[in-house]
Ligand binder design. Sequence first.
Ligand SMILES: [Zn+2]
Length: 273
Amino acid sequence: MRTPEVHQKVMDAAKSRRGKRGPLSEIHRRKISESHMGLKPTVDTRMKMSLAKKGKIPTHIWKLHTPEARRKQADSIRGRLHTAEHKKKQSESMKGRHLSEEHKRKLSEVKKGKMPPGGVERLHTKEIHEKIRIALKGRIVPEDQKIKIRIARARQVMPMRDTKIELIVFAYLDSHNVSYCKHKILSDIPHYLYSRHQFDIVVMDRRLIIEVDGCYWHGCSTHFPNPNEYQKWALNRDCIINETIEKNGWEIIRLWEHDINAGNLSELEEVFG
Ligand SMILES: [Zn+2]
């Protein structure tokens, strides 16, 4: 990816060329080509480019915000940019609304940063939540939106719950007295994209990583012979993760959901059996 400075330089160069006639000189062309060397697009960019080419996702969705816009957004989220007018409007809109003591307490905790807004404890009552659920049920989410959501989820770093298939693998490792870490981020595997990737299982003393791959989420070829756009992206990502891990002197074993469910842990048996 270009840094903002490089990007500016390129834009300036293009500007100064505007209106000039004639093809690019050989030297100029070589310079451009050299400037692109080593600038491989990231997986994300490639995925976006490929989707955009197919017309599946309008390119504007992926437009990057300028640092300035991002800062503004971040500040506004933190509530710093609320103008006096905005605050007045908000306060007026709240007037006449009766808040229960419980609700007030929650709001105040959210403000103190004790509770993420809408998180952990829901502000909605069960009844309202049920209404929202029903309302959302019949909603058709466009395919491009779905893909975006899936990619965002895949990139999210959050404490993960142990999946059913992970529990099977944990049980196997426990029964073989293997000590391991769950859902671990490895800082010695640097990668511009996956530096925050949580590996499912890490066996530190063997420098071994075990990934427990769900058939859908990782696009297994047995159950998904024709991978969808998300699965293509995931396959590419997993490929890069494998390469990165091995380059850094780690080993990786990937176990498929369908093998684990069928009780086939032969790859683990080769190592620990
Ligand atoms: Zn499968």
